[in-house]
Write a protein that binds this ligand. Structure first.
Ligand SMILES: Cc1cc2nc3c(=O)[nH]c(=O)nc-3n(C[C@H](O)[C@H](O)[C@H](O)COP(=O)(O)OP(=O)(O)OC[C@H]3O[C@@H](n4cnc5c(N)ncnc54)[C@H](O)[C@@H]3O)c2cc1C
Length: 347
């Protein structure tokens, strides 16, 4: 790769974070000279992700913080892209939340009474989808699926007419001046980047299955009992994903495959044919929120990372935030700003 890159802004990483940031910047200001560097890693998290967006998640059935802001950024991005390509990338789908035990059922019963959950939760009935729900179930609204692969493919096609795209691995010898802005968004391996290694990265491995469903099973719902089931086209579906913090390898395991199939079979009594087994590593941060903003000593070196297991939901908002910060000097939301970790830089 060229050692010097002659651009105003260099973005490293062509995943959800990098591609949406490039799209957002060039939409606001087409005159920016931008270079995107991506090494096309075949198992990058965005290639493995199902793209499920669940606004009310976790054992305690909690509405995601800032969900209105996050969804609004996502829908704006979808609309901007739709204007350009005629396609939609976000597909609204209800999620059937199948409780794993009585405590989840109790949490649900409390939340569904609350006014600020009314738009998001409604009761489940067996007539909607006859599945096995020993502790009950409920329906979550407002979520769905983002077609991450289609979105990245189509934005990249547009970017190739608007900026320079280099298919290379970024390394430290690349020189950039203090006049240039470099935005690093290349996923979990940024924990090894000396500019950012002081951040509390907490990447986690995930495994998912692509399965063939029996022809008599159809669902317009996403199912979730801790494991997700996402119906796709042609009778296929995704089942996932496991969470593993210790073994950060790209090796698929028999244990994960059995765990995923057993969770799915518990809901549906179906043992599907496994067509593929994928592994990826999510770029997580200790407090599970994104990190966006400038390096404490080098304001022109920036980061968008920490999208964790929710890149589909966080991506558009993070891209919009960093764009507003660079172009209009707007502050980043404190809970997503990298500044919350500045105290660690001196340690
Ligand atoms: C199994 C699994 C299931 C998931 N399911 C969902 C889901 O249903 N919903 C959801 O919202 N999220 C899901 N995620 C999480 C989602 O994939 C991530 O949040 C998202 O991909 C993070 O985007 P990113 O751009 O920060 O990083 P990445 O997706 O990791 O992309 C990084 C990019 O940088 C490139 N790159 C890496 N190193 C370099 C380098 N040195 N030089 C140049 N380029 C480089 C890579 O090729 C890649 O294109 C899942 C993740 C996994 C692993």
């Amino acid at each position: 790769m060229e050692k010097e890159i002659n651009s105003d802004i260099i973005i490293v990483g062509g995943g959800i974070a990098g591609i949406l940031t490039a799209f957002s910047l060039l939409k606001y200001d087409p005159s920016i000279k931008l270079t995107l560097i991506d090494n096309q890693f075949h198992a990058a998290a965005w290639r493995i992700a199902a793209g499920i967006i669940n606004p009310v998640a976790g054992k305690r059935i909690v509405k995601t913080a800032n969900i209105d802001l996050l969804m609004s950024a996502l829908l704006d991005c979808n609309a901007a892209l739709h204007y350009q390509t005629g396609k939609h990338y976000f597909f609204s789908m209800p999620i059937v939340r199948v409780f794993r035990d009585q405590s989840e059922q109790l949490s649900w019963d409390k939340k569904i009474q609350k006014e600020d959950y009314h738009a998001w939760l409604s009761p489940y009935s067996q007539t909607l989808l006859p599945i096995h729900t020993p502790y009950g179930a409920g329906i979550i609204h407002g979520g769905g699926r983002l077609d991450i692969i289609g979105l990245i493919h189509d934005i990249k096609a547009w970017l190739s007419t608007q900026c320079t795209i280099l298919h290379n691995t970024f390394h430290q010898e690349i020189s950039f001046s203090s006049e240039q802005t470099i935005i690093m968004c290349y996923g979990w391996e940024m924990m090894y980047n000396p500019y950012w290694s002081w951040l509390p990265f907490a990447p986690f491995k995930g495994e998912v299955l692509t399965v063939k469903m029996p022809s008599d099973f159809s669902s317009t719902f996403i199912l979730n009992n801790g494991t997700y089931f996402l119906p796709l086209t042609n009778g296929t579906a995704r089942i996932g994903a496991t969470i593993e913090h210790d073994a950060l390898t790209y090796t698929p395991t028999q244990q994960a495959r059995e765990e995923l199939l057993s969770d799915f079979t518990a809901m549906t009594n179906i043992i599907p044919d496994v067509l593929a087994h994928h592994v990826g590593i999510r770029p997580g941060i200790e407090d599970r929120y994104p990190v966006i903003g400038s390096h404490p000593m080098h304001k022109n070196i920036m980061i968008v990372n920490g999208l964790g297991g929710r890149g589909a939901l966080y991506g558009a908002f993070c891209a919009q935030s960093i764009t507003d910060n660079i172009l209009h000097n707007n502050p980043i939301l404190p809970e997503y700003s990298v500044e919350r970790y500045y105290y660690r830089f001196a340690l």
